[in-house]
Structure formats: C-alpha cells, structure tokens
Design a protein around this ligand. Structure first.
Ligand code: PLP
Length: 311
C-alpha cells in the first residue's frame, strides 16, 4: 500500500495542524478498517478461505470494508450485529448492497451466535475465516505499526517532527499499533493521545495496553507501555455514536474551513476532544498530527440529520 497523504491545512489554537488522511486509502472509502482489512485478507487469500465472519454494529466501518472485500472476491460474508445498535446507516445499506448476511441478536448472545455460526459453516463443508470486531488482534496492530513507519518517513523527508498525535480510539489496535511503533523506534518526545469514542477508563486503556503487549511479546516493557498509553474518556458524550451540538458544530467547521469530512461517532469526537485538550493543557506552537481514521459514509448520516432539521 502507498503511504497515505499528510496535509497541512492550517492551524489549531495556535498550533500547526497536520492531518494524515487514512480516509483516502483508495478502497471502499478507506479508513483505518481498510488498512487493517488489507492485512486480514492477505491471510484469507493465502489460506484458501471461502467465507468470512465478523462482528459489528450497523454503523461499523469495519463491517462495510470487510463486506466490500468479500463481494469483490465473490465469497460469502456473515456479520453478527448487536440489536442494541442496529438502526439503518449508510454503512449498513452498503453492507446489504454487497450481499453480506447480517444476523442481529441481543449483545449478550453475540459470542454464542458467532461460535454456532462458525460450527454450522464448518459442518456444511465451508472454510470460514473469523475477523474479530474492529479488526482486533495482532494483525490490526501490525497495520498501525506500519502506519507509524509512514509517519516517521514523512518526518525525515520533510525535516519536521510531530509533537502530538491525536486519534479516535475504539477497540484499540489503531492506538496500540502506533504506540508499539513508537516504542520500537524509541522516539520518546512524542505524545500519542487516544480520544475514547465509547469505552471508559480504566478498561478502554487496559485493552490498548494488552494489544501492545500481545504484539510486542518479549520486547514489551511494562513501565514504558504504561507511560506511553494515554487514553482520554472525557469526550465520550453519551457513549458510542453519541451526538451532541458541539460535535456537530466541529464537523460543520472542519468541513467549511478545510474541506475535510468528519463524523459523529469517531473523527468528529476525536477532533473535538483534541481541541479541548489543547485548550486545557495550554498547548501552543507545537506540531499536531491528527490521524483521520476514516468513516466517510458516516459523514452522510450526519448530513441526513441536517436535512431533517431543515425540512
Ligand atoms: C474503528 C474506528 C476507529 C477506532 O479504531 P480502533 O482501532 O477500533 O480503536 C476510529 N475511527 C474510525 C473512523 C473507525 O471506524
């Protein structure tokens, strides 16, 4: 994969703002789930699997990308989805268009449903591959260790240094991969700040740290992992997919000022959280890198709500 672009669209609260455009990965609206899925599908292609099973809500970017990659290969895609987060979104419409089969069950039954479905597929003589929700696991972490190498290459080519890296953190391997990359490279001066989009501390932070440990194995240094993992749950709002006026106002402003779409579930929250953090910590005159983790179809869900407000 070619490195995604890093742009310098302007300033944020007296700091230089750079944005790494993971949303421009050229498949299925890109995003961090596309970067992770490319690695999962390398395993799927090499292993001769003939169907894929994964998990996610109706607004899941991960499920949309996986369903698209399955459609492109003409292999079946099964998605187990929690009934608690099943309202229609542009992602869920796309998933249907790709011909994926979604099984919606109460969240407490998700685990059993996945196990049963895997057994049934094997009984039918199929060769299913399971991708954990959000592209979790070492494969997902590896994708973002790779992204970190792209950031380092950009810095050395452009003789610059990003003091802070902000991103939306959910199931955790995006942040874990970046931190693992940082630990391996021993560049101590940069702070990587995950803005939680749903999970509270300490659990959300612990999941990120566990992913770093799993990935680094014997290289893992507990003290360093603890020091490096900053996971802020102050901007979660009412939980996953929460919407409020401040987030919507952030999305409107970033689109108007920079021509870059954000969304209410992930990147809008992260951008808002980043601004709040810069203010609270009185951070100025630094180079700030915002990782645009994608989710472009969700920008249109935001737009649809704006339409209802007018009509
Ligand atoms: C999934 C997702 C995230 C969070 O990534 P994790 O690796 O799950 O922490 C952030 N932004 C977008 C747009 C996503 O789809």
């Amino acid at each position: 994969m070619n490195p995604t672009p890093i742009q310098h669209p302007g300033t944020v609260l007296g700091n230089e703002l750079f944005i790494k455009r993971e949303d421009l990965i050229p498949f299925s609206f890109g995003g961090n789930k596309a970067r992770k899925a490319v690695l999962f599908f390398r395993e799927i292609d090499a292993g001769g699997y003939d169907c894929v099973l994964t998990y996610g809500s109706s607004s899941s970017n991960h499920c949309r990308v996986v369903a698209n990659l399955c459609a492109a290969r003409k292999i079946s895609c099964f998605i187990v989805s929690p009934a608690e987060a099943s309202k229609e979104t542009y992602n869920s419409i796309l998933i249907r268009e790709f011909g994926a089969k979604t099984v919606t069950v109460p969240v407490r039954d998700v685990h059993d449903t996945i196990e049963k479905l895997l057994l049934r597929l094997k009984d039918e003589g199929k060769h299913p591959f399971f991708i954990p929700g959000g592209g979790h696991g070492n494969t997902g972490t590896e994708a973002y260790a790779e992204c970190y190498r792209e950031i380092l290459a950009y810095e050395s080519q452009n003789h610059t240094f990003f003091d802070y890296l902000f991103l939306a953190s959910g199931t955790g391997t995006t942040q874990a991969g970046l931190i693992a990359g940082q630990i391996r490279n021993r560049d101590r001066d940069r702070q990587i700040i995950g803005i939680s989009i749903a999970r509270p501390c300490p659990r959300g932070r612990e999941v990120v740290m566990q992913s770093i440990r799993d990935y680094l194995g014997s290289e893992a240094d507990e003290k360093e992992i603890g020091e490096r993992t900053v996971f802020l749950d102050d901007y979660v709002g009412a939980g996953y997919g929460a919407t409020d006026n401040e987030i919507r106002e952030t999305i409107r402003r970033v689109m108007a000022d920079f021509g870059i779409p954000l969304d209410e579930t992930y990147t809008g929250k992260a951008f808002y959280g980043m601004e709040q953090y810069l203010k609270q910590e009185h951070i100025t005159k630094k180079n700030i890198l915002f990782l645009h983790t994608g989710g472009t179809p969700l920008f249109f869900d935001y737009l649809s709500k704006q339409r209802k407000a007018i009509v």
